[in-house]
Ligand binder design. Structure first.
Ligand code: SF4
Ligand code: SF4
Length: 310
């Protein structure tokens, strides 16, 4: 028999700091909110958000045996930070090895260990991919509340953690949903350089530097000139200002998330000089490879142009 405690102990041993359990249900309200978000066009070019809506609403469409959802959080905070006028800043999540590589391996081990205890245990795991609303399940599993910046905030840890979601056929004792502790704070909304947080927990990707520098396949609109605050890949502003992060962030034990050679930014001129071979070699196991060399060089050129104008 697999207990909550067993899953918590195994997951902790494997480097997951947070673990919670939610009962299967159809995500009706949350799916309706997703529909509204899509109707507003806030997904920008992320067309995958428009697909598989039925599966997002009902995880039994991808895993018919689903009885429970285990939500896991993996801390990636490291004790480094950007200088105020640093150029070519990289988002904290991308300083080390690609989290998918780290987490998939650990999730596979976790599932194997649980199947050794109970061969009937069946599971399907996701890290940030697939038609699973990982933030919704994290809230339902008591990992944290969804902050106004849309990130999940854990009361003892802040929001610098990656989420993983396991759908399973096994029953557990279910976690309590935590209260929202944003209160009257609106530091993230006020600090966002491009006013991308258009309502509590609602991000308009068309305006978000993270989207514009990573997933965006087109040009960065000129309207954003002067607003990028030297971000080359991603943006951490709405998490950097969050009081829960200022108070509770602690360094991760996972050394793969530490920046290689303490490198947390890349000078835009150097990015423009990269050859495709050098890009491939330097970012082979980094989340930065996602933007491809064309995306990273587009961002670098935008920053240089922006700095010339100032
Ligand atoms: S990541 Fe940056 S641009 Fe996007 S919402 Fe947060 S502060 Fe705004
Ligand atoms: S900065 Fe304030 S409002 Fe924004 S997520 Fe953090 S606590 Fe909530």
């Amino acid at each position: 028999m697999i207990s909550n405690r067993l899953v918590r102990n195994f997951s902790k041993e494997l480097g997951f700091d947070l673990c919670g359990f939610a009962r299967y249900e159809e995500l009706t309200e949350e799916s309706d909110r997703l529909e509204q978000w899509l109707e507003c066009g806030y997904q920008a070019g992320m067309l995958y958000m428009e697909r598989n809506r039925d599966k997002r609403r009902d995880i039994r469409q991808v895993f018919p045996e689903a009885v429970s959802v285990i939500s896991l959080g993996c801390n990636y905070f490291t004790p480094f930070s950007h200088g105020s006028d640093e150029q070519g800043k990289i988002s904290r999540y991308a300083w080390g090895v690609d989290y998918h590589l780290i987490m998939w391996e650990r999730l596979a081990t976790l599932i194997e260990k649980l199947q050794e205890i109970d061969p009937e245990f069946k599971a399907m795991a996701y890290v940030d991919t697939g038609p699973v609303m990982d933030k919704v399940w994290a809230v339902k599993a008591g990992i944290g509340w969804q902050g106004k910046n849309s990130n999940i905030i854990s009361p003892g840890q802040g929001s610098w953690f990656f989420l993983a979601t396991i759908l399973t056929n096994t029953e557990f004792e279910y976690s309590h949903i935590l209260a929202d502790h944003c209160g009257t704070c609106r530091a993230c909304i006020d600090a966002c350089p491009t006013n991308a947080i258009v309502a509590d927990q609602v991000i308009d990707a068309n305006k978000c530097i993270s989207y514009l520098t990573i997933e965006n396949k087109g040009d960065i609109p000129e309207d954003f000139s002067g607003k990028f605050d030297n971000w080359l890949f991603g943006c951490d502003v709405c998490q950097d200002v969050c009081p829960w992060n200022k108070k509770f962030s602690m360094s991760t034990d996972i050394t793969e998330f530490f920046p290689e050679n303490e490198k947390i930014s890349i000078i835009p001129q150097k990015v423009l000089q990269l050859t495709p071979e050098e890009f491939k070699e330097q970012f082979a196991v980094s989340p930065i490879k996602r933007s491809k060399i064309s995306g990273l060089q587009r961002n670098a050129a935008f920053l240089l142009k922006e700095n010339e104008r100032q």
